[in-house]
Each structure stands twice: as C-alpha cells, then as structure tokens.
Write a protein that binds this ligand. Sequence first.
Ligand SMILES: [Zn+2]
Length: 380
Amino acid sequence: MKTFIYKLRPTSAQLARLSETLEICRRLYNHALAERKKAWAEDGKSISFAHQSANLPALKQQWLALQHVHSQVLSNTLRRVDGAFRAFFRRVKAGKKPGYPRFRGRGWYDSFTYPQWGNGVRLEGRRLILSKIGAIRLHNDRPFVGTPKQCTIVRKADGWYAHVVCQTEPLPLPPTGKAVGIDVGLESFATLSNGKQIPNPRYYRVAERKLKKAHRRLSRRMKGSNRYRKARDLLARAYLKVKRARLDFAHKTARALVNEYDRIVTERLNIQGMLRNHPLAKSIVDAGWGLFLKILRAKAESAGRIVIEINPGGTSQNCSQCGEYVPKRLSTRWHSCPYCGCQMHRDQNAALNILQKGGGTAFGEALPLGEPKNRESRTR
Ligand SMILES: [Zn+2]
C-alpha cells in the first residue's frame, strides 16, 4: 500500500462544504462515543460497530445534517470509534494503562475518509470528485501508481489534502550483490559499514528558532482573539514544515540505500528508552530514526530487498576485525584495537559489526540469503 498526497484547491463554496463535512463527522464521532459510553455505564453492555452502523439510516431521519455527508464517510466515522475502542481494550488486556477514548473538540478532528474508491470518490482529469462536496481542483497531477483503494481528506495547517491509498505491485530491483550495515548515531545521522557517513539533517535546529518565536508570539496574545488564532496557525505551519522536511529526508535516504544494497542490516532500536535516558534526546528526535527505519522497511519490501534488525549488544565495543572486546566510552570516537591494530571511526566499527551480525561479510558482499552468519559476539 502506498499513499499519494494531493493538495486541494477548493473554491470557497467547496471549502465551506469540506469544513461542514468535517464538523458533521466530528459530531457523529462524539455521538457514537457517547452512545457506547452510556450503554456501558448504565447497562454494562458494549455496543458493536455493526449495531451502530445498522442504526445509521434511522439516525439520519432525525438528524438531517447527516444527509449532507456521503453514507460511506459516515460509516467510516463509526468505524473510527470502533477502532478507538478496540485499541483501548487491547491495551487493557495487555495490562497497560490506557486512556478511555476521548471526545473530540473542534480542532481535534481533522480528517474524513471515503473508504472505497469509486464509491463517492473518483478522479477526473485534474479534479477529485467527492460526492456531496463537488469536483475539487488539485494542485499537482502526479499520477498515482497502482489501484486506488480509499481516499482520506485531511485538513492541515496550510490547507486541505487528499491522501489516496493505492495498492501497488512490488517492483523488485535487480540484485546488486551488496550488503550494508548501518549504525545510527548522534554525531551523524548514520554511518555505513563502508565508512560513509550520512550527516544529520539540521532542519529542526534551523526551524527551532522560528518555532520558538512562533511560540512566544502565541503566548503574548489573548486567547480567543483573532490575533491569537493567526499566531496559532503560524505555529502549526512551522511544525508542518519540519514534519515535511523530516519525511523528505527519510524518503531520500531510504531510497538511495534500497537502490544500492540487497541486504540492509540495522540495529533494533529502543527509541522510547533512548529518549528517556539520553541527555541528547532532542538530537535523537531530530534525527527521526524511527520514521526512517519504517520507510526503509517499506521501500525494501516493495523492491524485494531485505532489511535485517539485529540485537545491538556488543556492536560498539567489539572489534569488527578480530572480534576482541575493546571497551570505550561514548565520548571515545575512535576505535583502536590493541589486539589486531585495526583503526577506524567507532561508528564504522559498529556498522561493520552490525553488518556481520546480519549475515554480510566485512567487505560488504551479501552471503546467500537465509543464512545470517551469527558470529558469537564477545561481551563481558
Ligand atoms: Zn581487533
């Protein structure tokens, strides 16, 4: 599944309908949530999606505004409530402390979905035809690839977007016979086992000043005023910019790696844990490793490449050439092995260990698939 994003250019009449649709969906969401809450509190019963869905036609008779929204969009809204409850019960079962599904205030509900392409939503030239809303012009007409399945209309800080989810056939790339290990770090975004470094994107730091300024501006303004709303929108736009830059960086970096390597080995990261424990947490957030790894896996899968995640134990302390234990502090940036004389950047040494743990040789060729060479790593 791949998502293609189109910016919409609605007329002012269409804009009003988009906002109205979103507002009706938000109210339906809250209504369905309240119904479930009430049934549970009063009779200890839980209401199903099927039940709420079957009641929709009757509800439409009393609540006429619902008739302004395509029925599948309404049905999808009920499905979202169902999803929120399922997630809630899953977490209860797992012994976690979940928050009860929440009512959504204005501004906390920002999308609605046509769950079935061709049913209330289709593309005609450069226009997206949305049932009950109109034929909306698109900013760009980059064609999508694959079979469209559903379409979600999203309100963002700088306008409205259509997210078209398509089912794509995997496009396997010809094998290159090469493998790579990746060490993600703080000094650079990542170091490859061949010694190449991918520098950290600094967009967040650059944008940080702007964000701070936008925050300050907002705090000086009176809540509820027009000036406050304006400042709030500017802040939201600044965040959106950072988010897009991060996504773009992750896509480009992952694309380059997938094109070049058959087998890509990374560490299994405990990002939440790292954020809690690390003084440099901010840099970690900046780097967006989690997002990058997610995109890398998706691209690899569609290209017929393999991503292996290994347990990072020992990868930074052991020598990648002789396997001896060479302890070093985090501040020691150079790996200098007293046993075999190997000299290299500590991150490259780690990347080589990662590569070897995931079944590549130190020279970067891939071993035949399915036989990761699980070298015993020596740890104390
Ligand atoms: Zn050594």
